[in-house]
Design a binder for this molecule. Structure first.
Ligand SMILES: [Zn+2]
Length: 404
């Protein structure tokens, strides 16, 4: 698509920025002389990948014209595959969501079934917007577990399953005939938050996803920390209750996510409805005629139900305690929380903050904001799109996938 590494670097910089950049800024960022930059920009304009924007406000000198990626330069399909649902989006090359859709889907159904559902959702979105499949120039995928690059980007969910060893990147790349990037969902979300959310300009931060499972994307010195086999940041499997009889899908007992992940919270809510300690949760269950979910717990806590509030506070303390250990280890400048469980509300967040500030080294928490994602429920697809633009689209074979 592009003709050389200089052109690729220009397009990546513009995707990364997401806003028009002046020629001056591009030139200094990429260390390109005015003539070289001008020639490559002309060529990229002919290829339809950049266009002239407005002039940068002048501060005395000659105004520098800004360049940007045209909206019709191509699209990215972003797939956020979760434990119980799939979110997909079609975005511009700068991660602006054009259309999005979700569907329930169990990870345990296996790769062929889950991926074919995701493909159908993408096809429907393209149809609805009168777009052809050839408009997709890259695909980004987030999956709920470690991704091992050396094994051909295979993904290992915590419990043994048919995903083990499945060549997910190769399969998706073949289906769309495009460059494809696959990584752990928390890593992909950290990339999205770094480029488009609360992590902009912050080179040391943690993104923690709290959903069915719990995982962290670690950005340190501006780089994503992936670990030896892609398993860094598996915070959900830190044992917080040794000797507990609550078994996690990973096989260990007492893992953090067995208590603070979606199924753990639902179990606690059910117990409080069963034993009558929460009249509110019992009423909600009777009304919906279905098992309780974390959202019901949030509703009962908002209604000031004491048992529901106690569950939410205990979850915040447990999670905060594990996070405090991470803070002492990594000394991040910012912690961003995303995923459905963050919807438990302000009490949950307040309990997390108090616990982290109390249990970490004072030096590490002197200035440590703990905030919700700025990208909302779209953080997974925006992150997958941004990661695809940085690491798959227009990349050269030696791309460095650690840069966040
Ligand atoms: Zn576990």
């Amino acid at each position: 698509v592009v003709e050389n590494e200089t052109q690729a670097a220009i397009v990546r910089s513009l995707c990364r920025a997401g806003v028009p950049l002046s020629r001056q800024r591009l030139g200094s960022e990429l260390r390109l002389g005015r003539n070289t930059l001008g020639a490559e920009l002309r060529r990229l304009a002919e290829l339809g990948l950049v266009e002239e924007g407005d002039a940068e406000p002048s501060n005395g000198g000659r105004p520098s014209r800004r360049v940007r990626i045209p909206r019709d330069a191509g699209l990215i399909a972003a797939l956020d595959i979760g434990g119980s649902s799939i979110d997909v989006a079609v975005t511009t090359l700068t991660s602006e969501v054009i259309a999005a859709a979700s569907a329930p889907s169990l990870l345990a159904d296996g790769p062929e079934t889950v991926l074919s559902r995701a493909y159908t959702l993408v096809d429907e979105l393209l149809d609805e917007h009168g777009l052809g499949a050839d408009a997709i120039r890259a695909v980004g995928v987030g999956v709920p577990g470690p991704v091992w690059e050396q094994a051909g980007d295979t993904f290992s969910p915590p419990a043994p399953s048919r995903w083990d060893g499945y060549p997910i990147r190769a399969a998706v790349a073949e289906r769309f005939s495009t460059p494809t990037f696959v990584d752990n969902d928390a890593n992909v979300m950290a990339i999205g938050e770094h480029l488009r959310g609360a992590g902009r300009g912050v080179d040391d931060f943690l993104f923690v996803k709290l959903g069915m499972g719990i995982g962290a994307g670690i950005v340190s010195g501006g780089r994503l920390v992936r670990g030896a086999v892609g398993g860094a940041g598996e915070l959900g499997h830190v044992v917080v209750e040794p000797g507990s009889d609550v078994v996690c899908p990973c096989g260990n007992a007492g893992c953090l996510q067995a208590f603070v992940g979606g199924p753990g919270l639902a179990r606690a809510a059910e117990a409080a409805a069963d034993d009558g300690s929460s009249p509110e949760l019992r009423a909600i269950r009777e009304q919906k005629q279905a098992p309780l979910e974390p959202a019901d717990l949030a509703a009962a806590a908002t209604a000031a139900d004491p048992a529901a509030l106690a569950i939410v506070r205990a979850a915040g303390r447990r999670f905060g305690s594990a996070l405090a250990a991470t803070v002492s280890l990594l000394n991040p400048a910012l912690i961003v929380l995303g995923g459905g469980i963050v919807g438990l509300g302000d009490t949950f967040l307040a309990e997390i903050r108090t616990t982290v500030y109390r249990q970490s080294l004072p030096l590490a928490t002197r200035n440590l904001p703990i905030v919700r994602t700025e990208l909302g429920a779209g953080v997974g697809v925006i992150g997958a799109s941004a990661a695809a633009a940085q690491h798959a689209l227009f990349s050269v074979p030696t791309y460095d996938r650690t840069s966040a």
